[in-house]
Design a protein around this ligand. Sequence first.
Ligand SMILES: NC(=O)c1ccc[n+]([C@@H]2O[C@H](COP(=O)([O-])OP(=O)(O)OC[C@H]3O[C@@H](n4cnc5c(N)ncnc54)[C@H](OP(=O)(O)O)[C@@H]3O)[C@@H](O)[C@H]2O)c1
Length: 333
Amino acid sequence: MKKIVLPAYNPNILRAVMSLRVEEAPVPEPGDNEVLIKVYAASCNPSDIAFMAGSYNVVKSLPAVPGFEGSGIVTEVGAGAENYYGKKVSFFTQQDEDGSWAEYVCTKTSNLLILDESMDMDQAACFAINPFTARGLLDIALLQNTPAVVQNAAGSQVASFIRKMASELDVSVIDIVRKEETAQLLKKQGSKYVLLESDPEFDKKLSEWSKKLDARLAFDAVSGSMSGRIINAMPEGSELVVYGGLSNKPVTDVHPLGLIFKDKVISGFNLGSWRQLLDDEYFEEISRELQQHFIAGDYQTRIQGKINFENVIKGLSQYLKNMSKGKVLIANE
Ligand SMILES: NC(=O)c1ccc[n+]([C@@H]2O[C@H](COP(=O)([O-])OP(=O)(O)OC[C@H]3O[C@@H](n4cnc5c(N)ncnc54)[C@H](OP(=O)(O)O)[C@@H]3O)[C@@H](O)[C@H]2O)c1
C-alpha cells in the first residue's frame, strides 16, 4: 500500500509539507479490538499542520504518517472487533500509530464512528473532529445560557458549524476574520456582525456589539494578542474559551484587571476531553443526529479540492494559502 511519510518535524510549515514523501509499505494487520480501514479520503486540519511543524500536543516517533481523521470501509477485524466488519466509518486517530494519510490504516474500535449508509464519504472524511468540536463548544454556550457568542477565525469550518448550530438555538454570533474577502463572504451568507482584525475600530466595535447582544462567551482559535483584545473588549463576567492556536503564539495582552475585578475567565477546550465526559450512548446519539443533518444537506464541510498521493505537496500548499476556501482531501483513487 501507499502511505505519506513525514521524515522530520519542521517549524517552517512549508518546508515540512515539501518534505512529505510517498512510500510503499505492507498493509498493517489489526490487533485485538482493532480494525483495518481501507481509507476513502483523509482530511488536513490545522492540527495536522501544527503536528508537522512539531508544535502540537501529539508527537509521534519519526518517520510518521500524518492525518488525524478520515473515512473508509472496515476490511479486516481483530479479535473483539468482529461487529465492525464491512462498516462504513469515520475515524479519529491520534495515538503513536500511523495516521490517516495512507491507503490503509489500523485503529482501535473506540476511534470509530459508524456511518449511516447515506452518508457522503467526502463529508465523512471531515466528520469525526470539527462538527463535534462545534457541538462541544455550543454546549458551553447552552450551559451558560448566553444569548450571543464571539468567535475568531470565523472563516473556518468549525466556525461555520458554530454559526449554523447557534442559529438553531437562537444564539447570535459576532464573527472575527483576518481577510476582507472572508468578511465579504460571511456577510453574503447572512452574518450580521462581522469584524476584521485590522479594523482600526476593532476594540470599540467589539465592545459595543458584545454589550448590545450580551455576548459573554468567546471561542478563540487564534490565541496570541487576539485573545487579550477579545476578552478585554467583552462585558463583565465574560469567558474566553481557547480551543486553537492558529497564530502559533502564546495567549497574551489579557488585561489583569478584567480577571481580578470583572470576573472574566480564560479557559481551554479540546474535543478529546469533552468526549470523555459523555457516555458512549449519548455520544452515539449526537453522532446520529449530526449525520442526519449532513444527509439532509443542512450541515456541510466546505471542500476546496481532492488530491491523490502524488499531488499531496501541491494540494496542501494550496490549503495553506487559503484555508477559508475549504478542506483539501487526500483521496485514494
Ligand atoms: N480544541 C479542539 O479540540 C479542536 C478541534 C477541532 C479544531 N480545533 C481548532 O479549530 C480551529 C479551526 O479549525 P478548522 O479545521 O475549522 O480550520 P479550517 O477550516 O482549516 O480554517 C482555518 C481558518 O483559520 C484562519 N486562520 C489561519 N491562521 C490564522 C491566524 N493566524 N489568524 C487568524 N485566522 C487564521 C483561516 O483563515 P484564512 O483563510 O485567512 O487563512 C481559516 O479561516 C483550529 O484552530 C483548530 O486547531 C480545535
